[in-house]
Design a protein around this ligand. Structure first.
Ligand code: DX5
Ligand code: ZN
Length: 221
């Protein structure tokens, strides 16, 4: 069995009570906090920036914060999120003019780096930079909104990504984001994912602990 991580996306949390929501999912057994940053430019929605990440750190959150940048351009926000206490910073390669430079910037600032591929984007984009990746995030919905349906062809892409990562021997996390919940987490894990973003599946449930425990039970099968 892989070292599975569950990463609730705060996009579906109650932003008016964000600190308490983050505490609640961590107490319920979450591993990472997935932090969706949208700029109403790269994606058609607007969320939160580095101030809110910093506020969570000041509030006392010590768990890894997995910052998913859906912004264009990326370099200025990479620096700001590194200063705000991000653990992972991932970005979409088409949002950076110079992908290698942006990855190196994340690493130089002491964070873990990752690329995010949209459903239709080719896996070949990671070829030359694999040794700079701590994470590969495959989108299983088009980015911008929570609560969308998992796109089934991403299962094939997960299997291909798992083969690439295993062949490389590199310790790259394979994360999946969008439409993941109790109905499909087993199948998504079987396709090779080891890190599971779940927004609506966790935050729309009344009992976070029960959902996360059920996710882990499915992963243990
Ligand atoms: C979508 C975001 C996701 C989103 C997932 O652009 O990157 O992290 O919050 O939400 P669910 O789990 O509801 O599909
Ligand atoms: Zn995300």
């Amino acid at each position: 069995k892989r070292d599975y991580k569950i990463a609730p996306s705060i996009l579906s949390a109650d932003f008016a009570r964000l600190g308490a929501e983050v505490d609640a999912v961590l107490e319920a057994g979450a591993d990472f906090i997935h932090f969706d940053v949208m700029d109403n430019h790269y994606v058609p929605n607007l969320t939160v920036g580095p101030m809110v990440c910093k506020a969570l750190r000041n509030y006392g959150v010590t768990a890894p914060i997995d910052v998913h940048l859906m912004v264009e351009p990326v370099d200025e926000l990479i620096v700001q999120f590194a200063d705000a206490g991000a653990t992972y910073i991932t970005f979409h390669p088409e949002a950076s003019r110079h992908v290698d430079r942006s990855l190196q910037l994340i690493k130089d600032r002491g964070c873990k780096a990752g690329l995010v591929l949209n459903p239709a984007s080719s896996l070949e984009q990671i070829h030359y930079v694999m040794d700079k990746l701590d994470m590969l995030l495959l989108m299983s919905v088009n980015p911008g909104f929570g609560g969308q349906k998992f796109i089934p062809y991403v299962l094939d892409k997960l299997r291909a990504a798992r083969t690439l990562i295993d062949a490389s021997g590199l310790p790259i996390r394979l994360e999946v984001d969008g439409g993941v919940g109790l109905a499909n987490i087993g199948e998504v894990a079987a396709a090779g994912a080891d890190t599971f973003v779940a927004g609506s599946a966790i935050f729309n449930a009344s009992d976070y602990k029960a959902v996360i425990a059920e996710m882990r039970a499915q992963l243990a099968q």
